[in-house]
Write a protein that binds this ligand. Structure first.
Ligand code: C2E
Ligand code: CA
Ligand code: CA
Length: 668
């Protein structure tokens, strides 16, 4: 079966519109000839009607052609609708002479009409064979007219036809042969154009993917791509064949940047990257994590000695002089190494350990490379830490704070993101960065989610009962909670206790759901919650997809553009291209987009210009406690007294998005 996507239809529309204009002179010439034959047969009034219809559809076709925007994803649906209807209408109009001629009591005219119909059918079938959406709009009326002709044949008695009728028929036969040959030639051309456009947009998609995975300056992997590949290595590792992570930090890089120019700094970073790549080659992956920090990951390792040797080689190649403006500069690097254990490894623990070791290397007088050794470094969280965390949760010291999301077109608050905060008695207000790693390490994320969900839902109920409109409130749901049916059930039970808030809840999930081994269960969980009116937002979008093609596997309602892209808007060209790319992916998939981390009016203006209206960031407010949230909403109510419609997941509306696809994803 043909699986047509909205994007396919947009493609087809552009081509159909182009083909129609391309073939217009030929069509009009044929129409003039047909006017002649019809008038000759004596049917003046009908002829005038038919050719007014043809004229109208041709004028409409010109008008439609002029309305087509440059980019496929900007083609409005209504325009496609008009194009489709006009195709149907013009097919009928062009075939009416067939019905007119075949109803005459002259066998020659009947044959002329019949030939005209065959010519039209050949033209349609050949030109539109690769444009199934429009093929349908044209073949259907064509076949109906064919039926009409056969019906006339059965009911008509033909007298002797005069010679001039036969001359007209013979003339038409010649035109018919010519037309068939011509159409065949153009059909190849149509097909070629279609293929080229597909190839182009696929290449664009690959370019976008490359840009999200690589560091623009050095061409090495960026942090996200590195972590993703590291995760794959960890999954495949065991106690025998282990994964090693090197974290490298340059010593003395900052002065170069300050003393010389930024170009000199860039040159140094590029030179070092090239050298690193040479040493590591195909034995592992190399990334620039940011600034002057690099990382290397290697699989199938089992000898600490071999790793230390490699680390020294890496340090040595970095220490070779670099020529900058005629001067030889020398830098050194500190290297920290960590190895997986085969039990309970994670990106976070491997990186943290390598980081630890790197700092040891920096402070050691003689060492350039240090291997992480758990005995030498600070211990993991203890039972005591577990108790403290548990008590903090029970006492509700850990609570959601709410950061507003804003529609910049109207200036109106469109929702909030609930962010965990620990109101610590001694240490003050703690951000998630300070306690989430411990929560994860102690496997308390289930408890944390239950606490946050329960509190957020009851806060939402409270705000709604107070007649306030909080919009869409999102909570961060870690992928582990969706990966088991127990986790799903627990969250679902909490949700079901608050029926009044449905339609106001969004779950933010990250691309970890794609890496996770239990991705099937996760997808089921997502389906379950969407069916219950929860919207799904893909958090930190752009930072970690192995491939955008993955997106098709998941049903979701919103895509949240990561703050790292927003921060680079206007300063890095790549960021502008990427954000536009993400917005067009969202549009192609038919989902909403929101940008996070908006801090400046300039970023706001740029996003608005790109058509992104939903945003979140310090520019509009930081996460605040419930009481402040309520005050904010009360002020908002005075500004906008009308309640707004709530958004629900598309599944809830039983919209099936399965068929919606983004550019080129299906092309071969
Ligand atoms: P996230 O989901 O990406 O959340 C957005 C983070 O960006 C928040 O940091 C927010 O305070 C910060 N942010 C918002 N606007 C701006 C801005 O304009 N500029 C900058 N520089 N930052 C901005 P926060 O609250 O520290 O949270 C960090 C991460 O911790 C979150 O990242 C999320 O992944 C996680 N997290 C927060 N609350 C929860 C929770 O309840 N459960 C779970 N599992 N994770 C949570
Ligand atoms: Ca989030
Ligand atoms: Ca985020």
């Amino acid at each position: 079966m043909i699986n047509l996507t909205l994007e396919d239809i947009r493609y087809e529309s552009r081509f159909v519109s182009r083909i129609e204009r391309r073939d217009q002179p030929k069509r009009l010439a044929a129409a003039v000839m047909m006017i002649g034959i019809c008038l000759w047969s004596g049917q003046v009034t009908e002829t005038v009607y038919i050719f007014s219809a043809i004229g109208f559809s041709e004028l409409l076709s010109i008008w439609i052609g002029k309305r087509f925007p440059k980019r496929d994803d900007h083609i409005p649906i209504w325009l496609i609708g008009i194009l489709w209807c006009n195709n149907l209408f013009s097919t009928v109009a062009y075939l009416l002479p067939t019905l007119l001629l075949s109803s005459q009591p002259s066998l020659a005219l009947f044959i002329a009409g019949f030939l005209w119909m065959c010519g039209s059918l050949v033209h349609i079938a050949n030109t539109f064979a690769f444009l199934p959406f429009f093929n349908f709009s044209m073949m259907t009326p064509a076949l109906l007219v064919a039926f009409g002709v056969l019906f006339q044949l059965a009911n008509n008695t033909f007298g002797v036809a005069p010679t001039h009728h036969w001359i007209a028929t013979a003339g038409l036969l010649i035109v018919y042969v010519f037309n068939a040959l011509e159409t065949l030639k153009k059909q190849k051309d149509t097909h070629k154009q279609l293929r080229n456009a597909r190839r182009e947009s696929n290449a664009q998609l690959r370019k976008l993917e490359y840009m999200t995975q690589h560091d623009g300056l050095t061409g090495l992997l960026n942090r996200w791509a590195f972590e993703e590949m590291l995760q794959n290595m960890i999954v495949r590792s065991d106690t025998e064949s282990r994964v090693a992570v090197f974290i490298l930090d340059l010593d003395g890089f900052k002065p170069i940047n300050d003393t010389y120019t930024h170009e000199a700094g860039d040159h140094v970073l590029r030179t070092i990257s090239t050298r690193l790549q040479k040493v590591i080659a195909n034995t592992g992956i190399t990334a620039r994590l940011g600034g002057d920090e690099f990382a290397i990951a290697l699989s199938d390792q089992n000898s600490e000695d071999a790793l230390l040797k490699l680390a020294h080689r890496v340090a040595k190649t970095i220490a070779e002089p670099i020529l900058v403006k005629g001067r030889e500069l020398r830098l050194t690097a500190s290297v920290g190494i960590s190895m997986s254990t085969g039990i309970d490894d994670s990106i976070a623990s491997l990186s943290a350990n390598a980081d630890h070791a790197m700092f040891k290397a920096k402070s050691a007088r003689d060492g350039q490379a240090v291997m992480y050794d758990p005995d030498l470094f600070s211990p993991r969280p203890s039972l005591e830490d577990r108790r403290t965390l548990r008590i903090a949760m029970e006492n509700l010291d850990i609570m959601p704070y709410y950061q507003p999301k804003v529609d910049i077109k109207t200036g109106r608050i469109c929702g909030f993101e609930a962010l965990a905060r620990w109101e610590h008695l001694e240490r003050g207000l703690l951000m998630p960065g300070a306690f989430l790693p411990q929560v994860a390490e102690l496997s308390l994320h289930g408890e944390l989610l239950a606490l946050i969900a329960e509190t957020v839902f009851s806060d939402l109920e409270y705000l709604l009962e107070a007649g306030l409109d909080p919009g869409q409130v999102s909570i961060n749901v870690p992928e582990v909670s969706l990966a088991t049916s127990n986790g799903r059930q627990e969250l679902s039970d909490i949700l079901m206790r608050y029926p009044s808030i449905l339609g106001h809840v969004t779950f933010e999930i990250t691309e970890d759901v794609f890496i996770a081994r239990a991705s099937e269960t996760i997808q089921e969980s997502i389906g379950h919650f969407r069916a219950n009116g929860v919207r799904i937002s893909l958090d930190d979008f752009g930072t970690g997809f192995a491939s955008f093609q993955h997106l098709r596997q998941l049903d979701f309602d919103e895509l949240k553009i990561d703050s790292s892209f927003v921060a680079a808007l206007g300063t890095e060209e790549a960021a502008d291209v990427l954000v536009e790319g993400f917005l067009s992916i969202a549009q192609g998939l038919g989902v909403d987009a929101i940008a996070e981390g908006v801090e400046t009016a300039q970023q706001e203006q740029q996003l608005l210009g790109m058509g992104c209206t939903n945003v979140q960031g310090f520019l509009y407010g930081r996460a605040m406690p419930l009481a402040e949230t309520r005050i904010l909403l009360e002020a908002e109510k005075l500004r906008f007294p009308m309640m707004r419609q709530t958004k629900v997941s598309q599944t809830m509306h039983s919209h099936n998005r399965d068929h919606i696809d983004f550019k080129g994803s299906k092309a071969s």
